[in-house]
Design a protein around this ligand. Structure first.
Ligand code: NAD
Length: 435
């Protein structure tokens, strides 16, 4: 039988609205999270349906000539969930499992993240259903260029600004920037963020998400009288977010006792030498073979006693079963959507604080915002200036969300959604409906 993922979104959409209430995950999860905010919206509730209708969802065909002379077609998307507060902003994912439904949910979460932190952006996301490892470098570049041209009608420095996500990086952004600029006949550095420094990228961007994870963990610890110094930390994912997050915890005097990536799950109760683990990963492509810690079963990993547990790898890792065994005081969501909604409830019932993804990993988009501002003004800041401003924004957002959570007796996630939905829907109401 054919794999349903092989069916194009167009086929699946024929006769089925993509807003169908029976829509699959993760869009259904996003809608459920929006519904939880309904009782807290007051008069703005009138506008809540806006958030359940992405403003624009573009499906594009991406044909390329392969190296062997055959023609291959890939399906690509750019979804602008909301543009009420400013241009769209959100990453581009290259992954074999990308679907329109997933891109819609990720775009919705970007609307919430940008508004929760107070950035002047709407929310957007893009993607291509492709396994980057299955194509050559040249093919990947042709895919990226054709995709950028196809979505060129909806992106732009003042319309919608893509950035890297899973499967894409600074080089992808360089190619997107070049393609958009070529089509326009002039260099437009501000059309994407997460670019190489030589093309108007920002200092501090690569570290920004991990730094934000660390800052929000530290702030949560401050409220719970859990100092970072001496705290035990467990981190899943040892890439951009998890690796840098672990390093910052380590530098601040925490004891990172367990780390995991797609090659190994490791523990050392005495504390892992994180710089050595990062060096090993850079040299060998993963943690496998790192001698400074011992292998541990992945289910035992989730049950390790610690102060901070940081899932920073994939979606849906903290399931109900795992959440029931977690022995951390605080879960800091470095990844997007690592905790299932049901597991989120279990953690809350068990008194474990969750710093939600829309706050904890917002450092990346915050420094993307700085990059966009620097490109517009053609005036570049020092790394210290960037880190100081990031610190101020993250600490401010954490404080505001904490206050609402206490006042309304809701989780930090619901509090972040309340603040964000108010901001988006207030903008929506002030603008009014056109025509
Ligand atoms: P990355 O590719 O740099 O790192 C991912 C890490 O996860 C790698 O260490 C990989 O080995 C590990 N991993 C993959 N599969 C695993 C498995 N089955 N078990 C354990 N570990 C596994 O990606 P990243 O940029 O660090 O992104 C991680 C998460 O953070 C994603 O959910 C992403 O959407 C989110 N995020 C990233 C940024 C950013 O700026 N990079 C910003 C916001 C959110």
């Amino acid at each position: 039988m054919a794999n349903p993922r092989d069916k194009s979104s167009l086929d699946r959409l024929a006769g089925l609205s993509y807003l169908n209430p029976a829509a699959p995950e993760p869009w259904a999860s996003f809608v459920e999270q929006i519904e939880r905010v309904r009782p807290h919206l007051g008069e703005l509730e009138r506008w809540i349906e806006t958030l359940k209708h992405p403003k624009r969802a573009l499906i594009v065909d991406v044909p390329i000539e392969r190296d062997d002379g055959t023609v291959a077609h890939y399906e690509g998307y750019r979804v602008q969930h909301s543009l009420s507060r400013g241009p769209g902003k959100g990453g581009v994912r290259f992954h074999p499992d990308v679907t329109l439904n997933e891109v819609m949910a990720l775009a919705g979460w970007m609307t919430i993240k940008n508004a929760a932190v107070g950035l002047p952006f709407g929310g957007a996301k893009g993607g291509i259903r492709v396994d980057p490892a299955s194509v050559s470098k040249g093919e990947l570049q042709r895919i990226t260029r054709r995709y950028t041209s196809e979505i060129g009608i909806v992106i732009g420095p003042d319309k919608d600004i893509p950035a890297p996500d899973v499967g894409t990086n600074a080089m992808t952004m360089a190619v997107m920037m070049d393609t958009f600029s070529m089509n326009r006949g002039g260099t437009a550095t501000g059309v994407v963020t997460g670019k190489p420094i030589a093309l108007g990228g920002s200092l501090g961007r690569q570290e920004a998400t991990g730094r934000g994870v660390y800052i929000t963990a530290r702030e949560a610890g401050r409220h719970l009288q859990l100092p970072i110094e001496g705290a035990r930390v467990v981190v899943q994912g040892f890439g951009n977010v998890g690796g840098i997050g672990a390093r910052l915890f380590h530098e601040a005097g925490a004891r990172v006792i367990a780390i995991a990536d797609h090659t190994a799950t490791l523990v050392n109760e005495a504390g892992i030498d994180i710089p050595a683990a990062l060096e090993h990963t850079a040299a060998h492509g993963g943690l496998a073979g790192f001698a400074g810690a011992a292998p541990i079963d992945i289910e035992d990993f989730w049950r390790l006693q610690c102060e901070f547990l940081v899932p920073a790898a994939l979606e849906g890792q903290l399931t109900v079963d795992r959440a029931a065994g977690v022995r951390a005081r605080v879960v800091v969501e470095g990844a997007n959507g690592p905790t299932t909604p049901a597991a989120d409830d279990v953690l809350r019932e068990r008194g474990i604080l969750v710093v939600p993804d829309v706050l904890a990993n917002a450092g990346g988009v915050t420094v993307s915002y700085f990059e966009w501002v620097q490109d517009f003004s053609s005036f570049f800041w020092t790394e210290d200036e960037i880190n100081d401003r990031l610190e101020r924004i993250m600490v401010g957002a954490f404080g505001a969300i904490w206050k609402i959570a206490e006042e309304k007796r809701v989780s930090l996630r619901t509090a972040a959604f309340i603040i964000a939905c108010h901001r988006v829907l207030e903008a929506r109401a002030e603008r009014g409906l056109y025509p």
